[in-house]
Design a protein around this ligand. Structure first.
Ligand SMILES: Nc1ncnc2c1ncn2[C@@H]1O[C@H](COP(=O)(O)OP(=O)(O)OP(=O)(O)O)[C@@H](O)[C@H]1O
Ligand code: SF4
Ligand SMILES: [Mg+2]
Length: 392
């Protein structure tokens, strides 16, 4: 928890709004954009844009989130676009530092530092959020969109009891008595697998273990049955049984309320189980997206091949498996020219120099299945058939 948080302003802010919707660490480390008179951190003037056509509940268009730092400009998210319909789950995968959490916080309107430069469009149920008034976006958090944060500590306020925080989160969107809200909070604590929920309701976050705190934060995120749920590594630090319980809970929410879900995880097994669509990120960009079934059975991008190669399989000895992706992800201050993956890609030399010089555009490889890679189609299919598929 950030020390800035102890200021009375931060306290008031957090008391006004349930902590689940404002991770104090992120929201208060700098004055809010509105307070500094900045145009919502956007690059240039906000442009009134028309909503994208189609059925998507969430449409992200050319989202860019850059941070000015002493070392240079960090391009954490650099031109991200995707759509998500109600009732569907989009899995987002990619190595550490690829921009998954920054994207999520960007959609939720939680990059309120003056160093964040945000451009592009985020359409939620027909309403554009990047250029919207931050107060308006704040009102949408909780009921319209909620997030399960990767770090449970950043979502729960240390000075308030767990139950009281969930009660407040509920009452922001429901005109009910504290008693009714408390019943709802206890029900949610129970549903996320917290034993003796009536008793634990009165505990402070520090009285919970890490795993319990994560469950309490999940209860708080789900208490309003959000229409869009962004779950950022929701099951890390939880044991397998609880993991399954949480995934079931998210599924129930989706079934009952037709919610759209974004599931961010390092665990490709979880993605394979829950995602309808899959988006693979590398260095702040989308390098492959399509239906989860297509991407798992017929991946098109060499980075995705590496990721899938690192997925544990019960039916095969590790000796004949593909190697996971070698090397480390690039610095987002000095993203390599051309394809950002080229220093690590075993096939970069097969593209006549394009890999090192030209940023590959996302290309539709099959209906609804896109990948950003310069490899010629026949070369790609040869590599897939001869080298990759037999080893996956
Ligand atoms: N406020 C900030 N200022 C500067 N750089 C930032 C800021 N927030 C994030 N970054 C940088 O943006 C990049 C993307 O970070 P992000 O947290 O989105 O990664 P991630 O994909 O969620 O990784 P992980 O899988 O480890 O959670 C990282 O290089 C990170 O250091
Ligand atoms: S564009 Fe080149 S470097 Fe990038 S993934 Fe394709 S072959 Fe590899
Ligand atoms: Mg993250």
């Amino acid at each position: 928890m950030s020390t800035d948080n102890s200021s009375s302003d931060a306290l008031k802010k957090d008391a006004d709004e349930p902590a689940a919707q404002v991770p104090a660490q992120k929201a208060t480390d700098e004055p809010a954009a509105a307070a500094t008179g900045e145009p919502a951190g956007a690059i240039g003037e906000p442009v009134a844009a028309a909503a994208p056509a189609g059925d998507a509940y969430l449409s992200v268009r050319d989202l860019r989130i850059h941070f000015q730092t002493d070392d240079g400009l960090v391009k954490s998210v650099d031109g991200l676009s995707f759509d998500l319909e109600r009732g569907r789950t989009l899995g987002i995968v990619g190595e550490s530092g690829s921009g998954k959490s920054v994207t999520s916080l960007g959609i939720m309107g939680l990059h309120r530092t003056s160093r964040a430069r945000i451009s592009g469009e985020v359409w939620l149920d027909g309403e554009e959020l990047v250029a919207a008034d931050p107060d308006r976006v704040r009102r949408l958090r909780g009921r319209k969109m909620a997030m399960i944060f990767q770090d449970p500590l950043s979502a729960m306020h240390p000075y308030y009891k767990v139950g009281a925080q969930i009660v407040e989160a509920y009452r922001v969107h429901h005109k009910v008595s504290r008693k009714v809200a408390a019943e709802r909070a206890v029900e949610m604590l129970d549903r996320v697998g917290i034993p003796e929920p009536r008793k634990r309701f009165h505990d402070y976050p520090h009285q919970f273990s890490g795993g319990m705190r994560q469950r309490a934060m999940i209860a708080m995120s789900l208490v309003n049955n959000p229409e869009l749920l962004i779950a950022d590594e929701p099951t890390t630090a939880l044991d397998v049984t609880v993991q399954a319980q949480i995934l079931d809970l998210i599924r129930d929410l989706q079934k009952e309320f037709g919610s759209a879900v974004i599931m961010i995880t390092h665990d490709l097994g979880v993605v394979a189980e829950v995602a309808d669509d899959l988006l693979v990120m590398y260095a702040g960009r989308v390098i492959e997206r399509g239906s989860a079934e297509r991407v798992f059975t017929n991946p098109q991008h060499p980075y995705t091949w590496g990721l899938l190669g690192s997925m544990p399989r019960l039916d095969r000895e590790r000796t004949d498996r593909l190697n996971p992706v070698k090397g480390s992800p690039p610095s987002l201050i000095n993203v390599p020219d051309g394809c950002a993956f080229h220093p690590r890609c075993p096939y970069a030399s097969l593209t006549g120099g394009s890999s090192e010089t030209l940023v590959p555009e996302l290309r539709e490889m099959a209906p609804g299945h896109f990948a950003a890679c310069h490899l010629a189609d026949d070369e790609r299919s040869r590599i897939w058939t001869e080298e990759i598929e037999p080893k996956l």
